[in-house]
Design a protein around this ligand. Structure first.
Ligand code: ADP
Length: 634
């Protein structure tokens, strides 16, 4: 290594997010400082993968001239540790882009959401994946010397920074291809300037990496003193984890490998490792994380799958192999059927891709079904993190609708809690004998759902109703129309029919009352004109005088609100006004002979119903005027 500084040194500032990241990282991760090595070795291994991949189309880059690997050396006196690779390397522009900014989308948003609670933030930063910058946990300055594959020794660059807002970059001469990362250790990092400690950490983090990781070891004489001569000693197994037999791989190894592929700091929730031969020949190793990344709900969130073809790394973010609603899955696919020169375009409409995507989707769904069956607590923690994403499933993946429905969890009138713990299967099991539909209610919040007047008869008759209050639920219900052969029925829609649950006497009585109320309904209709779609009597209420409902095929209130909030033009929702003839106030209204006074009653009842349905009314002043006039008459 004979690098000499030559020319054009320049000082540049970090992107502001990098500064924040460095600050936060040094403060929150030093209790776990050894992870810097995992990150640097992981990057070095990625660099070798990329070189091998690029050499597929440009053989000049790498002709197997030297074994690809990672080498570590340290100098206890100078207090430096150097991690070297002979991978793809970086050009000047690459260095500026990769080591001066954070490319991940949503980074600024991530930082703006941080709290003042550093212990909580350290969890977050783990999910964020700190990578290269983790060097600053142990080093007070870092020097990177790198030469991109296919360039000349004079084209190499050196980057240097003490992690405080600025870095320098200059051209240097570097004889060998690849990257050396030199860490100038702070006191907290000195423990890593030891052969024993390095062996320990490399053993822990790098066994599953496909290339050798070696350290320079010195031989010892009889008295145990180090001799001058030394040799490279390979520390890890250097066999890519997924190529090994399942039975030979321990849990800890799977977990470590997960951290390598996902850049997550926490253990995964579950994983599934499969070798498939036959029509399609591939290996998949799919992980479900324990925690959702902060940008999970962003549908542009990068897919977490790496694609390998015949063990050669091809690409990150191979989104073609997983549907969007499973975008939280991490891991890899190694196919023996795809060509090595496969591109994203080729993957797009390719039979192999399609088959692997279907197989991987099934595998993930089955993995989830298995946890749901065997470990409820674990499953509910999954649902809490990723349920919102899975709810996109029925709209995207028609063929697995039933499976996805089976994986959903909701709140319900059966359990007195806003936690989403009720499965549709358990709902169906509890259904009444005469019940053939799954009843549900969508509302703004759990409280609004739980206290909805629409539930009154259901409560009285002991019929369970699924309570939904996530923003997307009403949209979801456009796609989730059936489960276990039973269709869904919103209880705030006009098609609700509870006559099945009434006995003959009740039916008779309702018929009579309806007859008696015909004229009241007519008067109400005349008064309201086209402000409502229809007026009718209802027997589903108990303590509430009136409600509004929408037609089965019309947009519901929550959906309309969702679209409005997204700034879309939404056609006005036309409500059906339902009055409860058994309620005291409605009886008073019916008795009112004076049309003007009658109209005031209608205003009050409709206003209440709208308020309860939409959380707002069109003309509050008119409503209050009507109420006040009525009150003065009491
Ligand atoms: P990540 O690895 O998550 O992308 P890092 O901060 O660790 O984030 O690295 C940023 C980028 O810098 C990498 O994506 C890669 O392009 C480049 N890089 C880092 N280390 C190396 C290396 N040893 N060789 C080549 N490129 C590297």
């Amino acid at each position: 290594m004979s690098e000499t500084v030559t020319q054009d040194k320049e000082t540049r500032g970090f992107q502001s997010e990098v500064k924040q990241l460095l600050h936060l990282m040094i403060h929150s991760l030093y209790s776990n400082k050894e992870i810097f090595l995992r990150e640097l070795i992981s990057n070095a291994s990625d660099a070798s993968d990329k070189l091998r991949f690029q050499a597929l189309s440009n053989a000049d880059l790498y002709q197997g001239d030297a074994d690809l690997g990672v080498k570590l050396t340290f100098d206890a006196e100078a207090k430096t540790l150097t991690v070297s690779d002979n991978g793809i390397g970086m050009s000047r522009d690459d260095v500026i882009e990769h080591l001066g900014t954070i490319a991940k989308s949503g980074t600024a948003e991530f930082f703006s959401n941080l709290s003042d609670d550093q212990s909580k933030d350290s969890q977050l930063i783990g999910q964020f994946g700190v990578g290269f910058y983790s060097a600053f946990i142990v080093a007070d300055s870092v020097t990177v010397r790198t030469r991109a594959a296919g360039t000349n020794p004079e084209d190499a660059v050196q980057w240097h920074s003490s992690g405080e807002g600025e870095y320098t970059i200059e051209s240097i001469k570097k004889e060998s291809r690849g990257t050396d990362i030199v860490l100038h250790m702070r006191e907290e990092g000195e423990e890593f300037l030891s052969e024993w400690r390095l062996r320990d950490v490399i053993g822990k983090y790098s066994d599953h990496i496909g290339i050798p990781v070696s350290i320079w070891t010195k031989e010892k004489d009889e008295e145990g003193n180090e001799k001058e001569e030394g040799k490279w000693e390979q520390i890890n197994k250097a066999q890519a984890l997924w190529t090994r037999n399942k039975s030979d791989i321990g849990e800890e190894e799977y977990k470590e490998f997960y951290k390598h592929v996902s850049h997550d700091f926490a253990d995964p929730l579950v994983w599934s490792h499969n070798k498939v031969e036959g029509k399609n020949d591939y290996t998949s190793l799919l992980y479900i994380p324990a925690k959702a990344p902060w940008d999970m709900m962003n549908r542009d969130h990068k897919s977490g799958l790496k694609l390998y073809v015949q063990r050669v790394f091809i690409m990150d973010d191979a989104e073609q192999f997983m549907p969007t609603y499973l975008r939280f899955v991490r891991g890899l696919i190694d196919s023996n059927d795809l060509p090595l020169n496969v591109s994203r375009e080729i993957l797009q409409d390719n039979k192999v891709t399609q088959a692997l995507r279907n197989a991987c989707t099934k595998r993930v769904l089955t993995m989830l079904e298995r946890i749901a069956k065997n470990d409820e607590e674990k499953y509910l923690s999954f649902w809490k993190e990723f349920g919102q994403v899975l709810k996109e499933g029925p709209a995207e993946d028609f063929s697995n609708k039933e499976k996805i429905g089976g994986l959903m969890r909701f709140a319900s009138t059966e359990v007195d809690s806003s936690d989403q713990t009720v499965s549709l299967a358990s709902y169906v099991e509890r259904m009444k004998e005469e019940q053939d539909k799954i009843f549900y209610l969508t509302a703004d919040s759990y409280a609004a759902a739980k206290n909805s007047p629409h539930l009154e008869q259901f409560k009285a008759k002991g019929i369970e109703v699924i309570l939904m209050f996530d923003r997307m639920d009403e949209w979801l219900m456009n796609y989730l129309t059936e489960f276990d052969g039973k269709s869904f029925q919103s209880i705030t829609k006009a098609g609700l029919d509870l006559s099945k649950f009434e006995d003959e006497a009740e039916k008779e009585k309702h018929k009579e009352t309806e007859e008696e109320f015909k004229s009241v309904v007519e008067r109400t209709k005349t008064y309201l004109g086209d402000r409502v779609k229809e007026v009718r009597t209802t027997f589903k209420l108990a303590n509430t005088p009136a409600v509004v409902v929408t037609d089965d095929f019309e947009m519901g209130t929550q959906m309309a609100k969702l679209l409005e909030a997204a700034g879309q033009d939404v056609p006005e929702v036309k409500y059906i006004f339902e009055i409860n003839p058994e309620h005291e106030l409605v009886k008073r209204m019916a008795d009112e002979a004076d049309e003007e006074a009658f109209g005031r009653w209608v205003e009050v009842l409709l206003g209440q119903a709208m308020l309860s349905e939409r959380g707002a009314m069109e003309d509050p002043a008119q409503f209050l005027g009507a109420i006040n006039t009525l009150l003065t008459k009491v």
